[in-house]
Structures are given as C-alpha cells and as structure tokens.
Design a protein around this ligand. Structure first.
Ligand code: SF4
Ligand code: SF4
Length: 342
C-alpha cells in the first residue's frame, strides 16, 4: 500500500491548450499533467466518465505512485475520500496575451484564442460535481483577456471558491478587485523591472505606468494578497541597479509580498547549476534587500530547485555596496548569454 497522494488527483481539474488533466504541474523530466481528456477543445464533458477515470487513477496510486506523479513536489501523505467532486481548478488554456515578453518563446506569440471554459464550469456546478472551499488558478497567456474571465471569477466567488490570478497586470479587473476585497483572491503580477525603460525592453509593450497604477488599486483592496514578481532575465534586468529600482518602487507602492524567479530557458540551457555566478549573487542580493526592508519573498519551487543545485557558496558581503556591485559585475560570465526567440 502507498499513503502518498495529492488533492489534485481526486479533486482537481486543469484545462490546458488541447487537453484536460488532473493538475497543471510539469515536473521531474516532463512528468506530470495526468491526462483526463485528450484532444480537448471546449466540448461538454461527460462528468461520470471523467470521475471514473480519476477514481481508477486514485486506486492505482493507493497501490504505488503512478508514473506521472513520481518525484512530484506536491506528493505527500494523503488520505483519499472517494468524493466525486472538483474543488481545485486550473485554467491554462488561454494563449492570448497583452504583453510580448522576450522570454515567452513557448507560445511564439501566436495569441491563439482557445476555447471558453465558462459553460463547462457552469455545467459542473449544475450537475452537482462542484465542491466549495478550494481555489481556482487562472493563468495563461493572459487570463484577464480571455472570454468570460470576469464572469468566471464571479461564478467562483458566488460559489465559495477563492481565485488566484497570474496576470501581466495590464488589464485591471473589477472582479479580481472584488475577490481581493472579500479576502478571496490572490494576484500575482510579473513586473520584472523597476523602471519603464527596462519594462519596455522585456515586455515589449509600453504599459509600465498602467501596471503600476493597477498594483496600487489592487494593493489598496488587500495588500496581503498582492504578489509582485521579478523574473531575472539575463541581458535585461540582471544587475543590482535594476533590483534597487524595483525595491524602491515596491516601497513606494507599499507592496509587502514579492516573488523571485529565474528565466527558465536560460536556467535550462546551463543545466540549472552552471548558470553564471553573478545570477546567484543577484538572488542573494534580492533576498538580503527584501529582509532589510521587511518584505516577504515567496520562493517558487523552480527557484528552490536552482538554489539546491548551486555550486558556489552564498555571498553575504553586502557591507560595501559599491564593492559588492563591482564584484557581481566581475562574476558575470559573458559567454553565458542567451538569444531569446522573438
Ligand atoms: S502529484 Fe504532482 S503530478 Fe501528480 S496530480 Fe499531484 S500535482 Fe499533479
Ligand atoms: S505575460 Fe506571459 S504569456 Fe504574456 S507574453 Fe509574457 S510570458 Fe508570454
């Protein structure tokens, strides 16, 4: 018998580009995303059939961890209940976006308009397979521009599910703001910069001021659940000056929660542990500065993995900032650059 499991296997659903899966997690050399429906494009779902598949998978998991879940960081001691309901939702099917990030090679800026999951969720609720109390994560692409986004958020709020929105922050949503006011929402905005020049180079749209305004509006509703992200993008924002500008702005906006991440294509190219040493020093500097300013940094699993594979020691030489900056620059390995596909 196996006592490992995770909530998504029994109570999760993820709507992806062309399939429906239990979760949206890709891990451990391409495992994850256990498939429920292949070649999916928004058709009505036979819920009974879907829950039969989930139940079968849960039974297999109780015997031995299934292939898709082997090594997943979400696995833990878990007691399955046998309940045929969905409480955890992920929406990853949207490929339209209002930014053009240099590092977004995954979708090649195709801005594909995918299916609309709103009627599917309504159907799930009407047929009694919905369980309140969980979380719906909307990501993309840019979820706020997908059809029925606001209606979908409203539907979840009315039915007792919290929402987590990963957004560029370019489009302000009243419904997301309602979720924040009700303490039923989390907003994650990837700003990646502290000034419009760098923002424009990375995001390749001239919308920095609007995003800043939207951060202000969301923070005014619930600052505890607004998270601003800084993805280190080599060649664009991998320097102390930009990080300083970012912190200055965060202080001005009274933001409390930050998230730090590393651009994944770069990390993968250098096999996670061989990234230029100055990247790790910037990571050290980011954590150090956040601590000085009493700001919380959320570390996503990808960055944790990168830090776990680090081969250089952590640097704590922040006494003389001028020297530290010089030192970081000197460790920059110019041969380790990356050309992003535009
Ligand atoms: S263990 Fe990981 S891969 Fe498996 S369902 Fe849970 S989150 Fe997905
Ligand atoms: S916000 Fe996300 S989906 Fe949009 S261009 Fe940037 S990386 Fe791509």
């Amino acid at each position: 018998m196996n006592n490992l499991g995770c909530i998504f296997l029994e109570n999760g659903i993820n709507f992806d580009l062309d399939k429906v899966t239990d979760c949206c997690i890709l891990h451990n050399d391409g495992r994850g995303l256990p498939i429920l429906i292949e070649n999916y494009n928004g058709e009505p779902i036979d819920w009974n059939n879907l829950f039969d598949k989930k139940a079968k998978r849960v039974e297999a998991q109780k015997e031995k961890t299934i292939y898709d879940c082997e090594g997943c960081y979400h696995l833990g001691e878990y007691s399955f209940t046998g309940e045929r309901k969905i409480s955890e939702f992920h929406f990853s099917q949207c490929r339209i976006c209002n930014a053009k990030c240099v590092y977004c090679s995954q979708y090649n800026h195709s801005y594909k308009l995918n299916y609309n999951p709103y009627p599917i969720i309504k159907d799930l609720i009407e047929k009694g397979y919905y369980k309140a109390g969980g979380e719906a994560t909307l990501q993309g692409g840019e979820p706020t521009v997908m059809p029925n986004f606001d209606e979908l958020v409203q539907l979840f709020l009315e039915n007792g599910t919290s929402v987590r929105v990963h957004t560029s922050g370019i489009r302000y949503s009243d419904k997301v703001n309602d979720a924040l006011k009700q303490k039923k929402g989390t907003v994650v905005i990837s700003l990646d910069s502290g000034c419009s020049n760098t923002y424009n180079r990375i995001k390749r749209v001239d919308r920095f001021e609007e995003v800043v305004e939207n951060i202000k509006k969301y923070s005014a509703s619930d600052v505890d659940n607004v998270i601003i992200k800084y993805i280190i993008v080599p060649g664009y924002n991998d320097n102390i000056d930009e990080i300083d500008k970012f912190f200055k702005l965060m202080n001005k906006l009274n933001v409390k929660n930050l998230a730090l991440d590393m651009e994944i294509q770069y990390a993968m190219k250098y096999n996670y542990k061989d990234v230029s040493e100055h990247i790790f020093m910037l990571i050290d500097y980011f954590y150090y500065t956040a601590k000085q300013l009493n700001l919380n940094v959320i570390t996503y699993s990808f960055l944790s993995y990168l830090l776990k594979n680090r081969t250089t020691p952590k640097k704590e030489t922040f006494g003389n900032k001028f020297l530290y900056k010089f030192y970081v620059n000197s460790k920059k390995d110019k041969s380790k650059e990356i050309k992003y596909n535009h």
